[in-house]
Design a protein around this ligand. Sequence first.
Ligand code: DUC
Ligand code: ZN
Ligand code: ZN
Ligand code: ZN
Length: 465
Amino acid sequence: MLHVKGGTIVTADRTFKADILCDDKGQIATIAPDIATPTGCDVVEADGLLVMPGGIDPHTHLEMPFMGSVASDDFFTGTAAGLAGGTTSIIDFVIPEVGGSLLEAWKEWRGKAEKAAADYAFHVAVTHWDDQVPRDMETLVNECGVNSFKHFMAYKNALMVDDDVLLHSIRRAGELGALCTVHAENGDAVAYLQAKLLAEGQTGPDAHPRSRPPTVEGEAAQRVIALAGLLDAPVYIVHVSTQEAAHAIAEARMRGQRVYGEVLPQHLVFDESVYTNPDWLTAARFVMSPPFRPKHHQHALWAGLTSGQLQTTATDHCCFCAGQKENGRTNFTHIPNGTPGIEDRMSILWHHGVVSGRLSPQEFVAITSTNTARIFNMHPRKGCIAEGADADLVLWDATGTRTISAATHHQNVDYNIYEGMTVTGVARRTISAGRVVWDDGDLRVTRGAGQYIARAPLPRGHKAV
Ligand code: DUC
Ligand code: ZN
Ligand code: ZN
Ligand code: ZN
């Protein structure tokens, strides 16, 4: 048993002083003021700290095979790094081979994730359509605890799906009570622009954002919203990075569509100038898709988060070390796309969101945890501080500071995009399933301690947030 003593609890709904007793099953047993510590129970002092639901990162790519590389953070190192930053659950992506079985791929990813230190769930990518795919989707939803599928509208000749696949998949997911998530970029337009830039001799990282301008994302977002609208099905757009996509989501919601949007902290912090760094590797390290944008797009993303038109934050955590980024030294289209960040999401959002006055602490909880739990039907087990919920908590030092560096981070990657930034807002202790796994610099994770989070289908008309 664990007694969390003397903290101020902050949930998405309210802020109050109380103690928490966690039981040996890893759940919250009691929430009450001034609990007397039962005999034999460990005590965690939370005086002066905020006690919040552990973060949920709904978008990670741990040990993902991608663009000729495999992402360097695996399910153990990546989830451990998350715990060090206050994130206690992730939703990662099962990526079946094009033409391959969704179900077999899900089994393969379950195997990889057995070493996870924190709880995890999976979105399963639909990368083609044939007679087997809708049957696999049914099995995944009804027997495997999967209630969300992923679609790439980009990555032509690889993971990309066309509108026909999207329509079939959105319809099938809707029948089954599952939510379609979408990487919204027009892959034909990207491929066309990449070829044009290369033909002009533009081979460096600065060509990357020019091959995927904001219109490419805006068009795809509008298109998938229209397709989902035709089928009266919900849709969740991952890593919204542009004003165009943010506005498309807001307008669809105003029309009554169930559309959700996710924001990455890196898009709130960095702009396209990162690609003009004269050092090739420094610029290549920021190559991810969608790319960093002209500064004014950040205003639309913040406005989306504060208005509630954009609901969640994630990292798209996808790590490639220098040797892997080097694959694209003479051709920017071969630089493995991805940036790390699972460890820093909470601090970056506290610093730039709460300390700056854009968000209240309760809104911070909503966008880092509760909204994701609601949208993907993990609430109230996750994203919540309530009796019977999982004892996944972060003890947050609202005024403490830390300086981010690859020299001290726990991510298995040789750089940190936030290198040298000092942020206010630090995860002092993280509790996962009732155990202290991060104690102010001391990471006490266990390989394989993470549990698979089976998620039930979404009830018809589920409007989460
Ligand atoms: N974008 C990235 O940058 N990496 C992984 C996949 C993606 O869509
Ligand atoms: Zn993506
Ligand atoms: Zn991604
Ligand atoms: Zn709740």
